[in-house]
Design a protein around this ligand. Structure first.
Ligand code: AMP
Length: 396
């Protein structure tokens, strides 16, 4: 069993807390266009204030150049929005590396951590200066946990004490339930454009799942590996051999990798192209596969009815084009209707869930794109490891 030191188990009364948040909110014309990340962070902030902690929040926003202030990446709009939602002033602090003035019951927000030289390089000196601002570092930004940076892993290493916030623990619990001790049968869906970006994920999942559904351009490479002609479809010739070895490994392990039996094809990669349904055996060498066909979608849906756990990352077609969205929509609806524990994550998958109004219907939707994929493929998340290593030091 994992040990997850938790904020709610700490005595924070009168203590300085530095909470790493994910305030990397989408901005349009200087305004926050989606407040969900702020809303999700609120319960942790309120808990800390209710327990009379002196609360220091920090986050990155976008990818500014380190070492120079750029108003386009300032967290000023976040401080303003937080002041309204927390119900008390959240002061934005520009210069904080030599110390921050904050009293118990107050909350301040540090300006974008990526303005500091050494943030992305996880510089020790910067990490120590951040650590010296607080008595307790609280990691509550799952989406940044796969990056070893000064405000994620570095500060955790040097802080007097460190723990996870409730939002981060919710993510870790959901991922753990789906991947560490999953109820079986476990089905993973890995869709998307390219095998090359998900090699480690596919190789790792084949050892964990009962069924691995591959979709999109990834499925095309697998179809090619299984000897089918995929015409002018997107696939990666240089990864056909890898797909063959994954198919062979799956067979050896008794894992199912069901390939599409029918597909929606078009003559061009275009939103205006008309869709034609064809069996995979009868595909013309002029056609491009842009989605799965109804028979394949029905097979996937049937599998979802039997699943005890489903993990979903990536679309099974070009869901951005209306004529090729059905496969991903039907798959998403089948996952939502599955009696099992269902978890989805990744940028395109979230976009698909929101486009097809599925976001509230899955057991859990991960907030972490890169961090979700890292966890899925079995990586150790540096910010998680930094806190756990610290815990182990205390135990010894
Ligand atoms: P990824 O970024 O690897 O998760 O891939 C997501 C993208 O794959 C989406 O934008 C889809 O439009 C695209 N995609 C899915 N299926 C196909 C396909 N059959 N051919 C080309 N692109 C696809």
């Amino acid at each position: 069993m994992q040990s997850w030191p938790s904020l709610v188990d700490q005595d924070v009364h009168g203590k300085r807390l530095l909470i790493r948040e994910d305030f990397n909110v989408p901005m349009e014309h200087g305004k926050i266009s989606d407040h969900s990340r702020l809303d999700r962070a609120l319960p942790t902030i309120k808990w800390a204030l209710q327990h009379n902690a002196a609360v220091i929040l920090c986050s990155h926003l976008g990818r500014p150049q380190e070492g120079q202030f750029d108003p386009a990446f300032s967290l000023a709009p976040v401080a303003e929005a937080l002041s309204a939602s927390v119900g008390q002033e959240v002061l934005l602090v520009q210069n904080y590396l030599d110390g921050v003035e904050v009293e118990p019951g107050q909350v301040v927000l540090l300006e974008n951590v990526r303005f500091n030289i050494g943030e992305t390089a996880n510089d020790d000196i910067l990490s120590q200066r951040l650590a010296s601002l607080c008595d307790l570092f609280v990691m509550d930004a799952f989406a940044t946990a796969h990056r070893a940076q000064a405000s994620t892993a570095g500060v955790a290493e040097f802080a007097a004490a460190a723990c996870f916030g409730p939002l981060m623990l919710e993510e870790l619990a959901a991922l753990g339930q789906a991947l560490d001790q999953p109820a079986s049968p476990l089905i993973a869906v890995v869709g998307g454009a390219k095998v090359s970006t998900k090699i480690q994920l596919l190789e790792s999942l084949v050892h964990k799942v009962d069924t691995l559904i591959v979709g999109g351009g990834i499925a095309n490479t697998f179809l090619k590996a299984a000897g089918y002609d995929v015409g002018r479809s997107l696939y990666e010739e240089e990864f056909v051999a890898l797909a063959q070895s994954i198919l062979a490994e799956a067979q050896r392990l008794g894992v199912r990798i069901p390939l599409p039996t029918d597909v929606r094809v078009a003559a061009a990669f275009s939103a205006e192209a008309s869709a034609k349904i064809t069996s995979i055996e009868l595909m013309s060498s002029e056609d491009m596969i842009l989605d799965v066909g109804p028979q394949t979608a029905a097979t996937y849906a049937q599998m979802m009815q039997q699943a005890a756990t489903v993990v979903w990352n990536g679309p099974v077609g070009v869901f951005e084009f209306a004529a090729f969205a059905d496969g991903t929509r039907l798959l998403g609806e089948a996952i939502a209707a599955s009696p099992g524990y269902t978890l989805a994550g990744g940028g395109d998958t979230l976009a698909a869930c929101s486009a097809f109004q599925l976001s509230d219907q899955l057991s859990y939707i991960s907030t972490g794109g890169g961090a979700f994929l890292s966890y899925l493929q079995g990586d150790i998340l540096p910010a998680v490891a930094a806190i756990q290593n610290k815990e182990n030091q205390y135990v010894r």
